[in-house]
Ligand binder design. Structure first.
Ligand code: NAD
Length: 479
């Protein structure tokens, strides 16, 4: 009989009445495991434990927190290949991508181990004689972490590591599809010596566990990454409770290719940004905006490069693109291919379901050309291996098209012109701008986030994370 992996609440592993089946999207005959489904009562118990743990945990020394975070980083690094294999098996990104994700997650814990020793503060001279003014930062309290499925380890890590670093307690709800990586991460965190109540894992449905977190009056702050629709619910619930929150949501990220771009570089940047990780990245280059002097040559070169991509089992050596994460997402991707055709865009390549040796959710990467920026395939996030090429008259037109979107996460430009690169960096309405680099792929120590409909609240990652996970106190002393 397959064992059910339990939730971790108040310092103990707890079972539940029901379990969810975690299936391998490369081979649906492969059961990755059974995972306990938490209830609203489990969330209640987790919050109570976290509240009880906060006064002691928030007063631990920076060194104690450093050591725990460093131990988590060390174990993740040592088990990189094993954790990467599990991640690829449950989510469907290729093995090198999955192992890379584990490394980045480990580096994130390592970074915040260091940050625990560098918690910033300031001292001001006062307007009044003999008075000192000190500005310090304290943890906000109990932090709810709600994560998506597309980066099963790295997104939880870039939330959990700073939360622990600054002395917060955590209720972690992973996405339903990627409980295996979340469970492994929880085991590692527990083994590193986090006291009971400080870290709690509650796996289960968004509508049950996630909603119970939104409704809970004693969670002090909520960090969320996921879709715009769910983000809106998080914002409404948090606003109603006057609670701090942070949202990272969707994107419709443009990559501009100018006539003067190095064609080979532009094709690699586009293939990587649009199709790697099966296009399931919030930073994916789903709109390719190409000026007319290079349009035809770029489309042909990109299509030729795409024909050399292998789509197969995520864990097979040499595979470039794994399966789509599940049947629901695959149906959404395929339906957008039909929508694009119906809107009058030309499907140059791909877009069909593929059969492989094992039953999985395989799809040929799709390229639409001659699309209009007003089409649904250019405006709505598809979240799959589908890119839409849009012609532009010149740089100014390309920039206007790039900015004509309700999203603002990431954007890129391929050009050899310093003038256009500089102008683009200044005028792109995005949180992250890339020059001659894929829109997807960021450094773990630099701020991550967007603007417009993509993000709300403080930035994630690096030193900027301190804004969300701490609250500032200004103390006045008369000596
Ligand atoms: P989703 O919104 O469906 O789910 C995200 C999380 O919210 C899951 O854990 C889910 O269980 C939970 N949830 C669902 N309903 C809830 C509710 N009523 N209350 C509380 N929680 C609830 O998103 P997804 O399908 O897991 O992820 C894909 C989306 O995430 C895409 O839109 C993608 O662009 C976005 N994303 C954004 C970033 C970023 O940093 N901007 C990064 C990765 C993914």
């Amino acid at each position: 009989m397959t064992e059910t992996h339990k939730n971790y609440i108040a310092g103990e592993w707890r079972g539940s009445e029901s379990a969810s089946r975690n299936l391998n999207p490369s081979d649906t005959n492969d059961l990755v495991g059974l995972y306990a489904q938490a209830s609203a009562a489990d969330v209640e118990a987790a919050v109570a434990a976290a509240r009880a743990a906060f006064p002691t945990w928030s007063r631990t020394t920076p060194l104690e927190r450093h050591d725990i975070l460093a131990r988590i980083a060390a174990e993740m690094t040592a088990r990189r290949d094993e954790l990467g294999d599990l991640l690829a098996r449950e989510e469907g990104k290729t093995l090198p991508e999955a192992i890379g994700e584990v490394s980045r997650a480990a580096l994130t814990f390592d970074f915040f181990a260091g940050e625990a020793l560098r918690i910033p503060g300031e001292k001001f001279g006062s307007l009044r004689p003999g008075v000192d003014v000190e500005v310090t930062r304290e943890g906000v309290g109990v932090v709810g972490v709600i994560a998506p499925w597309n980066f099963p380890l790295v997104i939880p890590s870039w939330k959990i590591a700073p939360a622990l670093c600054y002395g917060n307690c955590i209720i972690f709800k992973p996405a339903e599809l990627v409980t295996a990586s979340a469970h492994k991460l929880a085991e590692i965190i527990v083994r590193a010596g986090v006291p009971a109540g400080v870290f709690n894992l509650v796996m289960g449905r968004g509508s049950v566990v996630g909603q119970a977190m939104l409704d809970h009056p004693r969670i002090d702050a909520l960090t969320f990454t996921g879709s715009v629709a769910t983000g809106r619910k998080v914002a409404e619930a948090c606003t109603a409770r006057m609670r701090k929150f942070q949202l990272e949501m969707g994107g419709k990220n443009p990559l501009i290719v100018l006539d003067d771009a190095d064609l080979k570089t532009a094709v690699e940047v586009a293939v990587n940004g649009a199709y790697f990780s099966t296009g399931q990245r919030c930073t994916a280059s789903s709109r390719l905006i190409v000026t007319k002097g290079v349009y035809g040559r770029f489309a042909d070169a990109l299509a030729e490069r795409m024909r050399a991509l292998t789509v197969d089992d995520a864990r097979k050596p040499g595979v470039h693109i794994g399966p789509v994460v599940d049947d629901g997402q695959l149906q959404q991707d395929l339906s957008y291919v039909e929508i694009g055709k119906g809107e009058g865009a030309t499907l140059k390549l791909g877009g069909e379901r593929l059969n492989r040796a094992t039953p999985g959710f395989y799809m040929a990467p799709a390229l639409f050309v001659d699309a209009d920026n007003d089409m649904r395939i250019a405006r709505e996030e598809i979240f799959g291996p589908v890119a839409t090429m849009i012609p532009a008259r010149d740089y100014d037109h390309a920039l206007a098209l790039a900015n004509d979107t309700e999203f603002g996460l990431c954007g890129g430009i391929c050009t050899t012109s310093l003038k256009y690169a500089s102008h683009y960096k200044r005028n792109a309405e995005v949180g992250m701008a890339m020059v001659n680099l894929p829109t997807a792929g960021v450094d773990y120590h630099a701020p991550f986030g967007g603007r417009k409909g993509s993000s709300l609240g403080a930035r994630e990652q690096g030193r900027y994370a301190v804004e969300f996970y701490t609250t500032v106190k200004t103390a006045y002393t008369m000596a």
